[in-house]
Design a binder for this molecule. Structure first.
Ligand SMILES: C[S@@+](CC[C@H](N)C(=O)[O-])C[C@H]1O[C@@H](n2cnc3c(N)ncnc32)[C@H](O)[C@@H]1O
Length: 238
């Protein structure tokens, strides 16, 4: 379920940076990300373990992409709502679920600003590599909406590109990263990373921690495995 957005609201369906609306990008997504991140299902399991997802719990995944985490959560017996602005990514996700014989995942075309949760308050919310598609003000609006969808005591796991490198070193840092991604995956991925630095809205570590707290969350764990990556495990108090 997605609500009609007012004309003044940020249009989260307009793609900025990487074009996940392109069916070719969606089709190739898993293979290319696996080259970088390794086994995507194992990565999702690790995250679901950190959240302690149990059978019967409700999980919402924002920016679900090709659905790997949604599938792994459903395999654990969770009730899963998987949300993405891209119909092309959702089409790949639905096909993967059908091929795996997994039914009952609730797929929604929508996003942080427009998804209306139709089910019980969630026990857990996850979002990986998606929130940086919103400018900072709209990140806060989105995080407050996620807070409202969680039950008291429920948890959010947020993984995203967040910058903790010294700003005075940005030119050398970014050039080295673009070169590294080109080598590690392919030249096209290097271009995608350059586009992300130029056009997407990844923010600073201290801004992101502030946004999470302003949205009402308690940050239980923040870790920065790389100066352009962050994981936050957060709890809704109460
Ligand atoms: C880099 S992919 C991440 C997919 C998946 N979560 C993963 O970890 O592989 C980013 C995804 O976020 C989606 N996205 C972009 N803006 C969004 C928004 N405002 N709300 C929800 N999803 C969004 C894109 O369509 C894309 O599928």
């Amino acid at each position: 379920m997605s609500r009609q957005a007012p004309a003044w609201q940020y249009d989260e369906f307009r793609h900025v940076g990487a074009d996940y609306a392109d069916p070719a990008v969606a089709e190739g997504y898993d293979a290319r990300h696996q080259r970088l991140r390794g086994d995507l299902a194992a990565e999702a399991d690790h995250l679901l373990d950190a959240l302690g997802v149990q059978p019967g719990q409700t999980v919402i995944d924002f920016g679900c992409g090709t659905g790997t985490l949604a599938l792994q959560a459903a395999r654990r017996g969770a009730t899963v709502y998987a949300v993405d602005v891209s119909e092309a990514m959702l089409a790949v996700a639905r096909r993967k679920a059908a091929a795996a014989g997994i039914e009952g995942i609730h797929w929604f075309r929508g996003g942080f600003l427009t998804y209306e949760h139709p089910g019980d308050p969630a026990d857990c919310i996850t979002s990986s590599a998606a929130l940086h598609h919103l400018p900072d003000f709209w990140k806060l609006v989105g995080l407050r909406r996620l807070f409202g969808m969680l039950r008291a005591g429920g948890r959010l796991h947020l993984m995203d590109t967040v910058y903790s490198f010294p700003v005075e070193e940005h030119a050398a840092f970014i050039a080295a990263k673009v070169a590294w991604f080109s080598q590690q995956v392919d030249a096209e991925f290097g271009d995608e990373v350059a586009t992300a630095f130029r056009e997407e809205y990844s923010t600073l570590d201290w801004v992101m921690e502030g946004l999470l707290r302003r949205a009402g969350f308690v940050i239980e764990r923040a870790n920065y495995p790389d100066p352009m990556l962050a994981n936050y495990l957060c709890r809704k108090p109460g």
